[in-house]
Design a protein around this ligand. Structure first.
Ligand code: CP3
Length: 343
């Protein structure tokens, strides 16, 4: 195993930290906008292996990244379970919401789940032979809680009041939904590894809105089960958990889920992460994505500060959340040079 990214995830510190960036493919790249324009519907784009392979490879042609992330979306899972999912431009994802057991039973079915996702598996397959030898291929999914927020609220939310209320008021329904996501997400991730993914990341982008008890029940417990399921088939495939916004609960998440590496959002203090998390797992992060929009000396300084504090232990350089569309591509190039020690 000569890929430095995989070695870091397995706990080996590297002299120069490996780097990739969440949402490294996408709308900040003019070449992405060009291929994206050939397809009206975003899900259709995700299910077209030729287009998805191209979108995955585009950032690698510009930047010397250590890993490529499969081009797809976390919402292919509810789509494959039979829920109506649409991406409306300017409005984000729109789903026909599922708010109780009757709606779950009449809408969701696992029958065609894996066959529906076959185009994604074909993309993974093609990527595993097309990406450069030194680059690792990351498969991914959303975590059950984060995917459920879209399934129940029917769209992105700011407060998550509705889903948090339902989780308290109708725990039987909510547990059934989460269990269904745990089982199917596990199968989805296992198949990505069967087809050539070398590491997995599970995005719990909205974990930070949960109370302590809800975080244990809806973020830690489902993730621990997914990790157990995947590891029972693929014990050596590293798994990165990203419970964005978890604050001090990062520590329990790291100790209780069985993950190999943890993604830190930009609010996590670096010395705390070094002392409380990095002794257990590899850490990944956590440059503020808006600093990459701003660029300049402040970007260089913060990238170097992160490496100074975390670079001694197992570490992967990344941001605290995904690249935003207004990011100038040349700021990403500069960041890679700084991390590589070439600037
Ligand atoms: O390089 C990559 O990471 C590309 C693959 C990828 C996408 N989405 C492509 C995408 C990945 C890993 C995701 C994950 C994802 N999707 C998350 C978790 C990570 C995070 O950012 O928190 C979430 C919450 C989603 C759900 C989602 N998908 C939303 C809310 C939206 C609309 C808002 C937005 O950012 O546009 C999407 C659409 C989406 N997913 C786009 C891309 C490139 C833009 C759609 C387009 O090009 O028309």
């Amino acid at each position: 195993m000569s890929k430095t990214f995989l070695k870091a995830l397995k706990g080996e510190p590297q002299t120069t930290p490996p780097i990739w960036l969440m949402r490294q493919a996408g709308r900040y790249l003019p070449e992405y906008l060009k291929v994206r324009a050939t397809s009206k519907n975003f899900l259709h784009f995700c299910y077209s292996p030729g287009l998805a392979v191209e979108a995955t490879l585009q950032p690698l042609r510009r930047y010397d990244f250590d890993a490529a992330i499969l081009f797809s979306d976390i919402l292919v899972v509810p789509d494959a379970l039979g829920q109506k999912v649409e991406f409306v431009s300017g409005k984000g994802p729109q789903l026909e919401p599922i708010k109780n057991m009757a709606e779950l039973e009449s809408t969701l079915s696992t029958e065609n789940f894996m066959s529906h996702l076959d185009p994604v598996f074909q993309t993974v397959n093609r990527l595993s032979s097309e990406i450069p030898d030194s680059t690792a291929l990351i498969g991914f999914s959303g975590a059950p809680w984060t995917v459920a927020t879209y399934m129940v609220e029917g769209k992105g939310s700011k407060t998550y009041e509705e889903i948090r209320s339902i989780a308290y008021q109708d725990p039987e329904f909510f547990q059934t939904l989460i269990d269904m996501l745990v089982d199917n997400t596990s199968k989805y991730l296992i198949e990505q590894v069967n087809r050539g993914a070398e590491a997995l990341q599970v995005f719990d982008s909205w974990a930070g809105v949960l109370s302590e008890n809800q975080f244990i029940k809806w973020a830690i417990e489902p993730m621990a089960k997914i990790v157990e399921n995947v590891k029972s088939v693929h014990p050596d495939t590293p798994i990165i958990g990203f419970p964005r916004g978890a604050g001090q609960l990062y520590e329990r998440y790291v100790k209780e889920t069985g993950i190999d590496a943890v993604g830190l959002d930009h609010t996590v203090p670096l010395e705390w992460a070094r002392d409380h998390l990095q002794q257990h797992v590899c850490v990944q992060g956590n440059l503020d994505n808006l600093l990459v929009v701003a660029g300049g000396e402040a970007l260089d300084q913060e990238a170097r500060r992160i490496i100074d504090i975390l670079g001694e232990g197992p570490f992967v350089f990344n941001m605290g959340h995904g690249i935003v569309p207004q990011t100038p591509p040349e700021h990403v190039a500069r960041l890679v040079d700084v991390v590589r020690g070439k600037a």
